[in-house]
Write a protein of this length. Sequence first.
Length: 220
Amino acid sequence: MGREKPIHTLPHWLFVLSLIALCSGGLSAAILTADVVRHPLRMWIMNIVWPVTGLYAGPLGLWVYYRIGRRKEKPFPQTVALAAMHCGSGCALGDLCAEWLAAGVPLTLFGQKVFAAWSVDFGFAYVLGIFFQYFTIAPMRGLSFRDGLIAASKADTLSLAAWQAGMYGWMAIVHFAVFGEIPVTNPVFWFMMQIAMLCGFATAYPVNWWLVRSGLKEEM
């Protein structure tokens, strides 16, 4: 099941850094939640997107929110960033649920637990991603439930695949080349996942540029 490294061999400084990163992510998410509760955003789904972004991006997510989150008019590159973050929030929530589920169910794919976990991740992320897109596209375009789901699928499928590719790429390096298998109960795992989400943003950004430019995805 891949090269495993006992958890006690992980550097202590990495464990401490992971705790700091996770605490800063939790605090950032709490600050963003409090702000959007006091001052709800025009597009209600963004009231979920921003706290989730803070969860993995930490202070960077806070900085982006206070810089562009409440602007009515945004340059095109910023609208693309928001579109990518919108997709990433569904991925983040899906991965969060799926990783804990996979940890409790002894599944393997091609002899690897990590591949099975990634498959579950993708399924959860896709369902949540479509949910997020539906409640953005359908109200803005006045679409029926069926047409809204079709439009949401067109908008989110490529974006989510690009996001997951970046995320899986980083986690593959972590798992197969650096640390081996890290239990989900260890803070280092979730710190690596925070980094993986940022990698996902990087790979999803150009895809969202094309999706927004082509009209398949709405500007945020």
